[in-house]
Design a protein around this ligand. Structure first.
Ligand code: A3P
Length: 557
């Protein structure tokens, strides 16, 4: 009895024919072991024949029972399911070292389900996967790749074949639609415009009218007839290496809010919620009074700050550095589940967001509707405060050089002094940094807090902030704060009426800046401050007193 499957035979046959036109062309077959030999006799024969020829094909694990990984919250259970598929592969001699996997139904790769990445790495040592969902399914020409948690995610294209498109004459819109797509239409253009294309079709496209074989054979012939493109196939790991060589700028992902795309939300764990994201950000810059603002905001009954980080204390520093690589699950763990989404105002403050290049773009991708608070004091005073901060942290460049020497050092100066100079001066070019934020946020989403007024009259400033955030009823800060003569600053008034002030590192005692350095800095910042004045006028925001003084040369510390 001949038990060879004609469909599986056709697949192998087409592969051989395609190899003549596309060096190394190989079908990469996904398997869900639980469904082995569970079809009709004919289908089971197909299973057997593919296995018999397994060494001529490439294989990737799909999922043991084709379930969606994002439904599994527990990584151990997910890994157990994967192990069943691994056992199946081992029992049937299927190679397990290709380093590539695809999750069923687009689940778990993007938006990232970190459990999937973890389980894939532990069980299968996966290095490469692909998705149609990053950053979105449509428009298809914008699909991109990224690398997360050591796994390279390649963009996957769509070829117009789905589980239900199995008969040539019943192709949606008529068979001419499929042929049009192949011969100069969408599918042809996809291959033409992407140096690397990955397509995934279904088993049903290889039975019935075998549209999978028809489509790719016709496509290759058409491309070779009408273009000079040389087609070739690479195994997944080499393919990913090539991809990120061509598109190195795609390595870092840009995390978006999963709830802003229904497709994303549908393939995101139901145990996760976009409500665990901040409604507003305090972005800094450093040394302008951001800790005081954070502590005052936290006194408000309707405002909740992020949980403290064991490493960076009251700051998360997610958008500004390596923490961003941890992904949004990590970020959201810093926020509680709000008890009332519309009245709870969650926020986080990370003072280096203000002047870190990538932050506005990243923040706007995840939190496009957030409100943004920036605290501005005289940039000269800010620079001096940073210098004193570095002295207190025993930074040799700050200990061994006067502030004047640091800020006036020329480009040939010692490296460590120039690095300190940059940290003193650069955040203070306020207008330039704010313009970058304004490329991603509407002016109505931004509020500039006068840091000098925050220091001298915090209740007034807090009232304006509440108005900007739209919080009512307004919390009365005159009763919540008290001026502490010894500290020389406003502090929280505790139950017994005693002041609870910020620690010693906030509101340090140090000598006044000397007049010569102040004059130098006033000149250094003159143009930047003029720009800031213009910008605030343009935005209809009030001008802080220190800005007018600094521009008139009358400011004092
Ligand atoms: P100095 O220590 O140089 O005086 P940040 O929290 O952004 O690092 O800013 C620290 C600065 O906040 C302090 O700088 C201090 O001047 C200022 N500040 C404003 N209001 C304060 C308050 N109520 N308590 C302590 N410091 C305050």
């Amino acid at each position: 009895m001949n038990t060879d499957s004609p469909d599986a035979g056709a697949l192998l046959n087409t592969q051989n024919k395609l190899r003549v036109l596309v060096p190394n062309f190989t079908f990469n077959l996904g398997f869900s072991g639980k469904f082995f030999h569970t079809g009709t006799d004919e289908e089971d024969e197909g299973d057997d024949m593919l296995l018999k020829h397994r060494r001529e094909l490439w294989w990737f694990p799909h999922m043991w029972s084709h379930m969606q990984p994002h439904l599994f919250h527990n990584v151990t259970v997910l890994a157990e399911q994967m192990r069943l598929n691994m056992l199946f592969a081992q029992e049937h001699g299927i190679p397990t070292d290709m380093g590539y996997a695809v999750a069923p139904h687009h689940s778990g790769v993007y938006p990232v389900h970190s459990q999937l990445y973890e389980a894939w790495k532990t069980v299968w040592a996966i290095q490469v996967t692909s998705t149609e969902e990053y950053p979105h399914l449509r428009p298809a020409r914008y699909r991109r790749g990224f690398i997360h948690s050591g796994i390279q995610v390649l963009p996957r294209q769509t070829c117009g074949l789905f589980t239900h498109t199995i008969f040539y004459n019943e192709y949606p819109g008529g068979s001419k639609e499929l042929d049009k797509s192949i011969r100069g239409g969408e599918l042809f253009l996809t291959v033409l415009l992407n140096p690397i294309s990955i397509f995934m079709t279904h088993l049903s496209n290889y039975g019935n009218d075998r549209l999978g074989l028809y489509t790719f054979q016709s496509l290759v012939k058409f491309v070779q007839c009408w273009t000079n493109l040389r087609l070739q196939t690479l195994p997944p790991i080499q393919l990913a290496e090539k991809y990120f060589q061509i598109f190195p700028q795609e390595r870092d992902p840009l995390w978006q809010n999963p709830c802003h795309d229904k497709r994303h939300k549908d393939i995101w764990s139901k145990e996760k919620t976009c409500d665990r994201l901040p409604k507003f950000l305090v972005i800094g810059p450093q040394k302008t009074g951001t800790t005081a603002l954070h502590s005052f905001l936290s006194l408000h009954p309707a405002i909740t700050s992020s949980f403290p980080s064991p490493v960076t204390f009251e700051e998360i520093q997610f958008f500004s550095g390596p923490n961003y690589d941890n992904g949004i699950d990590w970020y959201m763990d810093f926020f509680p589940f709000p008890s009332n989404v519309s009245t709870d105002f969650m926020f986080e403050k990370s003072a280096n967001y203000f002047d870190t290049e990538l932050v506005p773009k990243r923040a706007a991708a995840l939190l496009p509707r957030a409100k943004i608070l920036a605290v501005l004091i005289s940039p000269s005073d800010r620079a001096y405060s940073w210098y004193q901060h570095q002295r207190a942290h025993r930074d040799p460049a700050a200990l061994n050089n006067t502030f004047h020497a640091v800020v006036t050092a020329g480009p040939q100066g010692p490296r460590d002094v120039l690095a300190l100079q940059r940290r003193c001066l650069r955040p203070g070019t306020y207008a330039a940094h704010l313009e970058r934020w304004l490329q991603h946020y509407q002016p109505s989403q931004m509020h500039m807090v006068d840091g000098s007024l925050l220091r001298s009259n915090p209740a007034l400033v807090m009232e304006a902030i509440q108005r900007f955030l739209g919080i009512s009823p307004t919390f009365n800060y005159t009763q919540a704060l008290v001026f502490d003569e010894t500290k020389g600053f406003w502090c929280q008034k505790t139950e017994g009426g005693r002041p609870k002030c910020l620690g010693k590192s906030k509101g340090r005692k140090y000598p006044e800046m000397n007049a010569e350095t102040r004059a130098f800095l006033a000149e250094y910042y003159r143009e930047h401050n003029t720009e800031l004045l213009r910008l605030l006028n343009r935005l209809g925001q009030s001008q802080p007193g220190w800005l007018r003084e600094e521009l008139q040369g009358t400011s004092r510390s």
